[in-house]
Design a protein around this ligand. Structure first.
Ligand SMILES: Cc1cc2nc3c(=O)[nH]c(=O)nc-3n(C[C@H](O)[C@H](O)[C@H](O)COP(=O)(O)OP(=O)(O)OC[C@H]3O[C@@H](n4cnc5c(N)ncnc54)[C@H](O)[C@@H]3O)c2cc1C
Length: 373
């Protein structure tokens, strides 16, 4: 069995693994990225690409802080990507309008605004007239909460370009090659097993998304897929300028006349098929907000698997508590696209023995020490 050597092996070529590989290579490390399919084959290309930190009293403040800090990094992240690849990716700070669709929802807007304010998130209450002035097509709204800093990005291109940027920094990218397990001696990771080949490295980063818990039984994690189905309309000109949220879902105005509509959250295992019932539900929700969409061409439908931590729905970022040399970066659930820049910086810091720019204690893999597969 042949043995190649790297400083770091990253397993998984989604937005998380790709960003980590790119970041580590920027610090001069020899990195190999192993992707069993092609970069972006998983959830990262299926996402809506909205970057929308929103405070929720039911969620710990540390996770809102992670999203906020990662959003702040996004402008530089995109500029660096352009510099490294020469290619631009759609990234726009459009703001997001969260609609109230009846009097009860309108009456809680001020309270919601206060919750956001207390968490350091800018939000403004808009009455029905302000919504109509900004978005004349939204006739059903009784008001809304506007988040001026919320942004969108073309997540599929982003993921592909991040892998390209990593390659330009010298990362070796192996595609079509599943990592079959870890090479471990005693409690130390020595590399990754591929079919007919072993790659040696002092450090392995598990960024295998929904499959991260399956990489090796000795490094089990409570990660399961949460299926999301979406669709896109073709709408020229775009009927809305902002990201539009409501209790029916989200509408995302992308470039080139695409209006994305999403998304379901389903607990159905590793099944990523598109189902008629889910698409019916998404269409009904979209029509309730924007009736004119009935006349638009349905451009595409798709599904992806979000990596969800079944224990607490928080990401899992940091050193493994059982195997030395192994790090995890997964479980980003509904927010992996926004979380990529800070996750990459945090993993790079701990791998290099530096202080993480983000406190990783709430996201430590060791918090599951009492759980088992
Ligand atoms: C419908 C939908 C909408 C979403 N909308 C948003 C949004 O608007 N904003 C946002 O921030 N997030 C959103 N998300 C969540 C986001 O997409 C995910 O959190 C993020 O993409 C996870 O990235 P990842 O790199 O961890 O996983 P993935 O993108 O799934 O990448 C994991 C990769 O690992 C590879 N892999 C797995 N096992 C192995 C192995 N053994 N060997 C080699 N390779 C392996 C897979 O092939 C895959 O390419 C959405 C997700 C979905 C499904």
């Amino acid at each position: 069995m042949s043995a190649k050597t790297s400083d770091v092996i990253v397993v998984g070529g989604g937005i998380i693994g790709g960003s980590i590989a790119w970041e580590l290579a920027g610090h001069g490390l020899q990195v190999t990225l192993i992707e069993r399919d092609r970069p972006g084959a998983g959830a990262s290309s299926a996402a809506a690409g909205i970057l929308i930190p929103e405070a929720d009293p039911a969620r710990p403040p540390e996770i809102i802080d992670l999203y906020q800090r990662s959003l702040c990094l996004y402008g530089d992240f995109m500029a660096q990507l352009l510099e490294d690849t020469g290619l631009s990716v759609e990234y726009r700070v459009t703001g997001r309008l969260l609609l109230a669709l009846d009097a009860a929802e309108a009456s809680s807007l001020e309270q919601d605004r206060q919750i956001q304010h207390d968490a350091g998130i800018r939000a403004e209450v808009w009455d029905a007239a302000a919504v109509r002035a900004a978005e004349p097509a939204l006739t059903a709204a009784t008001g809304g909460l506007f988040f001026p800093d919320h942004a969108l990005v073309d997540n599929a291109r982003l993921t592909a370009n991040v892998a390209m940027a990593a390659a330009r920094r010298g990362v070796t990218i192996l595609t079509g090659r599943p990592a079959l397990g870890l090479h471990v001696r005693h409690d130390r990771v020595l590399g990754v097993e591929l079919a007919g080949e072993r790659i040696a490295a002092d450090v392995v980063v598990n960024a295998a998304g929904s499959w991260a818990g399956l990489l090796d039984a000795r490094a089990w994690l409570p990660v399961a897929p949460a299926k999301g189905q979406m669709l896109a309309f073709e709408t020229r000109p775009p009927p809305v300028q902002h990201i539009i949220g409501s209790r029916h879902g989200v509408l995302v105005p992308r470039a080139a006349g695409r209006l994305l509509c999403g998304a379901t959250v389903e607990d159905v295992g590793y099944d990523a098929t598109v189902t008629a019932g889910a698409i019916e539900g998404l269409l009904r929700g979209a029509f309730a907000v924007l009736p004119a969409l009935r006349d638009c061409r349905l451009e595409s439908v798709w599904a992806g698997l979000r990596p969800r931590c079944t224990a607490d729905e928080l990401p899992i970022i940091g050193p493994d508590h059982r195997l030395r040399g192994l790090y995890h970066a997964t479980g980003h659930f509904k927010m992996g696209i926004i979380s990529a820049p800070i996750t990459a910086q945090a993993i790079a810091a701990v791998v290099m023995g530096r202080e993480s720019p983000l406190s990783l204690a709430p996201f430590a893999p060791g918090r599951f020490a009492t759980l088992s597969s």
